[in-house]
Each structure stands twice: as structure tokens, then as C-alpha cells.
Design a protein around this ligand. Structure first.
Ligand code: FES
Length: 85
């Protein structure tokens, strides 16, 4: 289980549900994030971020993270929690 470093606040993760990201597996990305049992996190679906070629795109606290896949999403989120990008 991972904890965010925000206390009394939520980390917001938005997952692109636009057609391109959806076809690349954004629903599976959502399921993988749920499996992480992150504390203090709110998950939202989002409309297209306009960066389809680099999808799947997610946004964590306003920071866009591209080239996400169901296989690498945990690694990408852990990197964000450690390094902020
Ligand atoms: S569909 Fe995801 S960025 Fe366009």
C-alpha cells in the first residue's frame, strides 16, 4: 500500500477516457490503479486531453503523465509519488 505525502488533502488522478486512450486500455489502467489501494486518492475519468498520440494519458494533481499502459501504470504512479513527475 502506498501513501501520498498530502495530509488532509486528496491526490487527484484523472484518467483519459477519450476514444484513443480508451482503445489503448484506459479502463484497464483504472483497474490497475484501484488495485494499488492508494490512500487519499480520488480517481476521475476525463475527456480527451488533446494528447492522443502519447496516450494513454493520466493527470496526477495537474501533472500530465503520458505513455501510460496497464503494465506500467503502477511504476509511473510510484515514480510520481517519489519524484513528482
Ligand atoms: S483520447 Fe486520451 S488524450 Fe485524446
Amino acid at each position: 500500500m502506498f501513501f501520498t505525502n498530502k495530509i488532509g488533502d486528496y491526490m487527484v488522478i484523472k484518467i483519459c477516457m477519450g476514444s484513443s486512450c480508451h482503445l489503448k486500455g484506459s479502463y484497464e489502467v483504472v483497474e490497475k490503479i484501484k488495485e494499488m489501494n492508494l490512500e487519499g486518492v480520488k480517481l476521475y475519468g476525463s475527456l480527451c486531453f488533446g494528447k492522443c498520440a502519447n496516450g494513454i494519458n493520466i493527470e496526477i494533481d495537474g501533472v500530465l503523465i503520458s505513455s501510460v499502459t496497464p503494465d506500467n501504470v503502477k511504476e509511473k504512479i510510484e515514480k510520481f509519488l517519489k519524484e513528482g513527475n
